[in-house]
Design a protein around this ligand. Sequence first.
Ligand SMILES: Nc1ncnc2c1ncn2[C@@H]1O[C@H](COP(=O)(O)OP(=O)(O)OP(=O)(O)O)[C@@H](O)[C@H]1O
Length: 227
Amino acid sequence: MTKTAAIAARGLSAGYHGAAAVRDIELEVHAGEVVLLAGANGAGKTTTLMTLAGALRPLTGHTELRGRRCAEPVHRRVRAGVGVVTEKRVVFNQLTVAENLTLGRGDTATALAHFPELEKRLGVKAGLLSGGEQQMLSLARVLAAGPSVILADELSLGLAPIVVNRLLAALRAAADAGAAVLLVEQHVRLALDTADRACFLQRGQLALAGTTDAIKQDPSRMEAIYL
Ligand SMILES: Nc1ncnc2c1ncn2[C@@H]1O[C@H](COP(=O)(O)OP(=O)(O)OP(=O)(O)O)[C@@H](O)[C@H]1O
């Protein structure tokens, strides 16, 4: 691809206490696309995503935001238009859904446009919502801020497939509206139906990358990575 990536990893190695958990990662996500980052447990998906988010410093290589080398910490990247969603649902349990939405960076109407199902729950304390509703609230707040890049790390952990589909559909819609989405997801088959491209990590290195159509046509290459 020749146009500038919204977010990229260039020769990226990163890890913990000076030891690399991922090595030589080359990854680009462009505006309008969803890229799935997959691989077995411990392969390095979260490490890669958190380094792109600015929560971990690269050991070697670097990350780029809109074509410019970026070494900013996570809060600055968030201000620069990066939205981060993880399996930890960031909601204030004692506050209502409406109050939670006013605490986000975007406005309530935009949040509800992404998740209209939250409208009937506006007066309910977030702590009383189901896990799926809490994650919708978390994601609604991130999407309402209109991020140009969304980094989503296993946001569907422990949720029912119907909710997983709903969350993935919201991410797809955000990409269709112009965001660049990098998605780490255990529900690989559902995610392959959502994403445009996929990258598979194996023991900290990129082992397979391609369009989701190509990967679905020959699933044996993907399956071998998990064995
Ligand atoms: N805080 C940490 N301190 C030390 N090592 C860590 C830390 N977090 C992860 N690791 C190690 O780094 C490697 C990559 O872990 P990472 O969480 O990035 O993988 P993952 O593909 O996201 O796995 P999972 O699917 O289980 O979440 C693993 O060997 C893991 O044990």
